[in-house]
Design a protein around this ligand. Structure first.
Ligand code: PLP
Length: 416
């Protein structure tokens, strides 16, 4: 009998059989028949230190001795309280309220609702959201609305709300983005949402911290709420704990998920400045923040998050990240002279390059063919169309990463 499981982002008519994974270890997935596959994309960007970090797994075991899910309205628990305090301590200064949810998409939905609640409760009719072209913020209706439109969401377009879009600040075209943002902000929108420094699913598109800072300044000048979606960029990916740290900015609202538990369990938070909480703080019950998920602040997931923050404190995580940044730069640099590739780029631990190919575009045949090529070599690399990127867990070794770049070179040879 075929499996009843319907997999995400999978065209089952064209996909081969799903690969059964029996174990995970450090930077590897181990199949049921014993193959060790290098997880060069951190299992869709969630695994930071490596799979099954011992301290995080131990915290999960320990938390499950005393707690499972509890209702989070009217009740609280030590893991959620402790994690929230630690998050406030490490987040950009001034983000001192923490709202829990369970996925990146939900953290963005919460951010959008906080923004609109802020304006409604403070008596201004602002509801428009400004977004950046090529952005990705999730796959729910609200997050698709603020993300790039295309084949992924064409069927659902009638359900999506309208937004104001500023262009992606491609090198040399930064002024156009700033001018468009200035014009959009003059129309008194509620908020601007953006992925700081790296647009992930949009193709690992990168821009610099000066631009991030300039965009933040424009929003601040117009009183437009600045929402930083650091679901992917958070937890060291860009070389600093948060991408916003490189621009020295404090967003009004910050979304975190993926690496929040080191990737072990689903958990998300939306942090905000005091003013946004204060706008919902009232004797008037209609000003309540009306949002909850059944699994809000799952205690075991919070314990995993707390253990992750402990790992950041007790292990040389920043030094590991710095070493990985340097290694990525060293290994990707030669591709800048390889004419089969273009837009060779790196931001922190993330390196990306585009294969020059005639059938580019996400749905073109090249992506799946490359994917199969790499998987046959025990490498998990999932191209975004003809864009190849490596975003490995921080425990990856030089030899493993050299192997991955060797396979990328071999793929270009095979295509020639
Ligand atoms: C992955 C991602 C999301 C969505 O997170 P999920 O946990 O998959 O819902 C939102 N924003 C960004 C920038 C992401 O990379």
């Amino acid at each position: 009998m075929t499996s009843p499981v319907w997999h995400p982002f999978t065209q089952h008519a064209l996909a081969g059989a799903m690969v059964p994974i029996a174990r995970t270890e450090g930077a590897h997935l181990v199949t049921e028949d014993g193959r060790r596959i290098l997880d060069a994309i951190s299992s869709w960007w969630v695994i930071t230190h490596g799979h099954r970090h011992p301290a995080i797994m131990a915290a999960i075991r320990q938390a499950s001795e005393s707690l499972d899910q509890i209702i989070f309205a009217g009740f609280t628990h030590a893991p959620a309280e402790a994690l929230a305090r630690r998050l406030v301590a490490v987040a950009p200064e001034g983000l001192n309220r923490v709202f829990y949810s369970d996925s990146g998409s939900t953290s963005v939905e919460v951010a959008l609702k906080m923004a609109l609640g802020f304006w409604r409760n403070t008596g201004e009719a602002r509801s428009r959201i400004v977004v950046m072209a090529a952005s990705y913020h999730g796959d729910t209706i609200g997050t698709m609305s603020v993300g790039e439109r295309g084949v992924f969401n064409a069927a659902y377009a009638p359900l999506l709300f309208e937004v104001e879009t500023v262009p992606f600040p491609a090198a040399g075209k930064e002024e156009a983005t700033l001018a468009a943002l200035e014009a959009a902000c003059a129309q008194a929108p509620a908020a601007f949402i953006v992925e700081p420094l790296v647009l992930g699913a949009g193709g690992m598109l990168m821009y610099g911290p000066e631009l991030l800072k300039a965009m933040h300044a424009i929003c601040a000048r117009h009183g437009v709420l600045f929402i930083a979606d650091e679901v992917m960029t958070g937890w060291g990916r860009t070389g600093t704990r948060f991408a916003c740290d490189q621009a020295g900015i404090v967003p009004d609202i910050l979304c975190l998920s993926k690496g929040l538990t080191g990737g072990a369990l689903p958990l998300a938070v939306t942090l905000c400045r005091e003013e946004i909480f204060a706008a919902h703080y009232s004797n008037d019950r209609t000003k309540t923040f009306f949002h909850s998920s059944s699994y809000t602040a799952n205690p075991i997931a919070c314990a995993a998050g707390l253990a992750n923050l402990q790992v950041w404190e007790s292990e040389p995580v920043m030094a590991r990240i710095a070493a990985l940044c340097a290694l990525q730069e060293e290994l990707i640099a030669p591709f800048r002279d390889d004419r089969r590739f273009e837009t060779v780029r790196r931001c922190g631990t993330i390196a990306a390059l585009d294969l020059k190919a005639r059938d580019a575009g996400y749905l073109a045949g090249i992506g799946p063919r490359l994917y199969d090529f790499f998987l046959a070599r025990d490498l998990l690399i999932r191209p975004l169309g003809s864009t190849l990127y490596l975003m490995p867990p921080y425990c990856v070794t030089r030899a493993e990463l050299e192997g991955a770049y060797g396979a990328i070179r071999a793929a270009a040879d095979a295509l020639a």
